[in-house]
Design a protein around this ligand. Structure first.
Ligand SMILES: [Zn+2]
Length: 489
């Protein structure tokens, strides 16, 4: 009995030690700790005050030999931050970019303080945990490892903590226009693709975004007779607009697959059970139009898959009427177009006219802001044409190959290029011919993706550690001199 008691006490002690050990291991994971610190610095945009992040990173990185530069924007407190780990200059730099600003929170929906970086059940919680302070922490920690190990580099590696990605006008476009020399590089990593987990925690696939969809807006203006509402006439402006919007809502654009999307869908076929796997195959390689159409209908029930396979149109503003007893003479609706790279704007406008079939409705390019502001249509058109001409980043570069190779090695899962369904700030480099690869560098469950910009945003401590290891190895592969060895310890 005495022995048994002693044994039980021993087991309890071991369990306590194990528990203490594991929670301590979580707390001492350097990337998780870094992320915690970044989350605690409030950089909600607006106002997007991220100078605190810059000061924290400067304090962390300067003693390790990084060259530090803070670039102020015209808005006080809003800065871009650069830390350069110097190489021997034999090759052009690699850039690691992550935005430091975050979107606001609905505090009532959180079960922890969104700015505490609380660690719970193996996750770090907080606004920005996924988007995009998690990336900033992974990139920074991978670079800290290289710096501490004094790995000789054949090129500089630049860490960029960006301002104004979530809202505002001093983001990377502004930075590239004014300080391109500081961020010029041979290739860059940025946010974009995903390392998606299965429910058992294994990785299903890793996607690396090589292009972004393009956002544009159009305004539909319907015209009618202004008159007393007691004497309605057919074809009033509001009813015409409503009919046009309803035609657009019922219209399905044609499937158009970029080469990255074809590869992505074939990867999905590889990792999905039947019949879904056959549907992915059909959409990419099918020859029977009816079967392709049926497969498309099934796959497109997922809004994300729908979005990467075609152009989409979504109404975002309505503006009509001014008195309760007057039928107004005009009615306006604004539609957000999300278009595939390479789309011709005149062809899209013609397609929309064909759907609406009402020549009395004006269709014009719009800015997407407050509908009452006057749009500079020629400038909008020029901007669209410039963005639409940006080529997807090639997959035969050193950086893409390294990321794909290290991703495969780390997660034993297929890696595929990917078209990002929304826009990112990668355009600042891509339009200057510099390839940008998008990745959120931590395995994540699909369920957790919906927490991005939502409540209880979180990232797993283990995922942060895995991501740091992967990025560290990518950097060794693309930047260490051949005499540097593996640099692993
Ligand atoms: Zn983001």
């Amino acid at each position: 009995m005495g022995k048994l008691k002693q044994f039980a006490r021993c087991v309890l002690a071991v369990l306590a030690l194990a528990e203490g050990g594991s929670s301590q291991a979580n707390l001492t994971d350097p990337t998780a700790e870094l992320l915690q610190q970044l989350i605690r610095i409030d950089s909600v945009n607006p106002p997007g005050n991220d100078v605190g992040i810059a000061e924290f990173l400067a304090k962390t990185l300067a003693p390790l030999g990084f060259q530090i530069e803070t670039i102020p924007t015209p808005v006080p407190g809003k800065v871009h931050f650069l830390a350069r780990l110097k190489g021997n200059g034999a090759n052009k730099p690699i850039l690691l970019a992550a935005h430091a600003d975050v979107v606001g929170v609905e505090r009532a929906g959180w079960h922890v303080d969104p700015f505490s970086g609380q660690e719970e059940d193996g996750y770090v919680y907080g606004r920005g945990a996924i988007d995009n302070k998690g990336s900033l922490a992974v990139f920074t920690e991978a670079l800290i490892r290289l710096a501490k190990q004094k790995i000789p580099l054949e090129r500089d590696i630049i860490l960029l903590s960006e301002a104004d990605e979530e809202s505002g006008r001093y983001g990377t476009d502004w930075l590239a226009e004014n300080y391109f020399k500081e961020i010029d590089c041979t290739a860059a990593l940025n946010e974009g693709g995903w390392i998606i987990e299965n429910s058992d925690g294994s990785v299903r696939y890793m996607s690396i975004s090589t292009a972004d969809k393009i956002s544009a807006w159009i305004k539909l203006t319907a015209h009618g007779t202004t008159t007393h509402s007691s004497l309605p006439v057919p074809n009033d402006a509001i009813s015409q607009l409503a009919k046009a919007l309803s035609e657009l809502a019922n219209y399905r654009t044609k499937v158009h697959l970029l080469s990255s999307t074809r590869q992505f869908l074939l990867t999905m076929a590889q990792v999905s059970p039947a019949p879904r796997s056959e549907e992915f195959q059909q959409v990419v390689n099918g020859s029977d139009a009816r079967q392709v159409e049926a497969a498309d209908r099934e796959i497109s029930k997922d809004p994300l898959l729908n979005a990467i396979m075609r152009n989409t149109f979504a109404p975002v503003f309505l503006n009509a009427g001014f008195r309760g007893n007057v039928i107004p003479g005009s009615a306006e609706g604004t539609i957000n177009l999300r278009l595939l790279p390479g789309t011709n704007i005149d062809e899209i406008l013609a397609e929309i006219r064909g759907v609406i079939r009402n020549p009395g409705i004006d269709i014009t390019l719009a800015g997407g802001g407050d509908p009452s502001t006057k749009d500079d249509v020629p400038a909008l058109r020029k901007h669209f044409e410039e963005i639409s001409a940006v080529q997807p980043s090639a997959t035969d570069t050193e950086l893409y190959r390294a990321l794909a190779l290290q991703g495969q090695a780390a997660f034993h899962a297929p890696v595929t290029p990917y078209l990002f369904q929304a826009g990112t700030d990668a355009a600042a480099w891509r339009k200057r011919g510099i390839p940008v690869y998008g990745i959120y560098p931590y395995p994540i469950a699909l369920e957790d993706l919906s927490r991005m910009h939502g409540n209880d945003e979180r990232v797993r401590v283990r995922s942060l550690a895995q991501g740091t290891e992967m990025i560290y190895k990518v950097l060794l592969q693309v930047a260490a001199t051949s005499s540097a060895g593996t640099g692993q310890n």
